[in-house]
Write a protein that binds this ligand. Structure first.
Ligand SMILES: [Zn+2]
Length: 401
């Protein structure tokens, strides 16, 4: 870490002085600054100049074929390690391949609790959930998977979550009255699969099995090893041997997750696939180089996933993919934090993140800096896929409709 401050690295002197006089402007300034980085690096247009007829095709036949993939990062990365000039070398794939195909939202605010499980649950329900981040409880409000399956009468095979940690095993469905059990997504936990497949005993896989970077002492034990092994063989059509052999080549938990996600796409072809990545959160260890390595890996894995979409007949041409962090990380300036390592201060930098949408029905190469909230994702997916997210507190993002 070179000690460069967030604001001096990322903002102009004029913007710095505006922040000093009014801290409430920080999210807007961060968004506009992000847009400038993207315009310079990827040559993107400004959204407002391109608003016109919706590129989304409507109609029943189209809706039936449409697939949506949501990729969230548990533990975001700051602009100075990504979009700012000094960070751009870490994200060549996002910057030069994916963002030019995307509608990019520079100002996505998370007003909820900054813990990964509770924040991901909030993204999935469209309500700022208040559940205990470190307990294996279901979200309180209906998830996007329940809205999708109930409204559109879809089978359980059509909605899947690939999640990083045992603590996420309840994220697929709420216990909300009239939704809940039996209507949600199936959840697959690649690490749990791996520990079931190796009976928890093989030390070769320790780097893939660590469950939580934020609180290493939190390693929730969940049952169901049998179910996991059946998922492997019956659903993914993967023998325990082939799986463990492949796992040996995976450099990180997210790489293992991507492998599982690709198998799911081939075998089940879910219309709604939600993948939560978590490697970047290794920042909590305090090792800046590991944090940057994870950003580079995540950049590569996102491009690999998009490539897989293009090569799967079920997905090519009719898939919309969303990529967004659950929230950001602390700035170097806030005395309450320790820079990139954590997200404890709740400051504007750790709350103001971004989202990209690409693929079917999305205007490519457009940057929007209108303010969006994390809870707007679910109602937006509802408008795109044709279900109603009735209990969500967000609103559909007009630029994507
Ligand atoms: Zn974290």
């Amino acid at each position: 870490m070179d000690g460069r401050s967030y604001f001096s690295g990322a903002l102009s002197p004029e913007n710095l002085s505006r922040i000093a006089s009014n801290p409430r402007e920080i999210p807007g300034i961060l968004g506009r600054t992000r847009r400038e980085f993207l315009r310079d690096a990827a040559g993107l247009a400004l959204g407002s100049s391109l608003l016109g007829a919706s590129p989304f095709l409507h109609g029943e036949a189209v809706a039936k074929k449409r697939k949506v993939i949501v990729v969230t990062f548990g533990g975001g990365a700051r602009d100075q390690e990504t979009f700012a000039p000094e960070g751009q070398e870490n994200i060549p794939n996002l910057l030069h391949e994916l963002i030019p195909q995307s509608s990019f939202f520079t100002q996505v605010t998370n007003r909820g609790i900054l813990g990964h499980y509770v924040a991901t649950a909030s993204l999935a329900t469209g309500v700022y959930e208040t559940l205990n981040n470190f307990s294996a409880v279901p979200p309180e409000h209906p998830t996007v998977f329940e809205y999708f399956r109930k409204d559109l009468h879809r089978p359980s095979s059509d909605a899947w979550v690939v999640a990083p940690s045992n603590g996420f095993n309840r994220i697929g469905e709420s216990q909300y009255r009239s939704y809940g059990p039996g209507l949600g997504a199936k959840v697959i936990l690649p690490k749990h699969l791996l520990s079931a497949a190796t009976s928890g005993g093989a030390t070769d896989y320790d780097h893939l099995l660590r469950d939580n970077y934020e609180t290493p002492l939190y390693t929730p034990q969940i049952g169901g090893g049998e179910v996991e092994l059946q998922q492997l063989e019956n659903i993914l059509k993967l023998s325990v041997d082939d799986f463990t052999k492949h796992a040996r080549t995976a450099s990180s938990p997210d790489e293992l997750s991507l492998y599982i996600a690709k198998r799911l796409m081939q075998q089940e072809a879910p219309s709604l696939l939600w993948i939560t990545m978590h490697d970047i959160d290794i920042a909590h260890s305090g090792a800046y180089s590991l944090y940057v390595d994870a950003i580079k890996r995540t950049d590569r894995l996102c491009a690999e996933l998009w490539k897989a979409v293009q090569s799967e007949p079920e997905y090519a041409g009719n898939t919309t993919m969303f990529i967004l962090p659950d929230f950001g990380r602390d700035s170097d300036e806030d005395p309450g934090g320790n820079g990139f390592q954590h997200h404890r201060t709740g400051d504007a930098v750790s709350r103001t993140t971004w989202m990209m949408a690409m693929g079917a029905g999305v205007r490519p190469g457009v940057v929007y800096d209108s303010p969006v909230q994390s809870i707007d994702l679910v109602p937006t997916l509802g408008s795109i896929m044709g279900f109603s997210a009735g209990v969500s507190q967000g609103k559909p993002i007009q630029e994507l409709l």
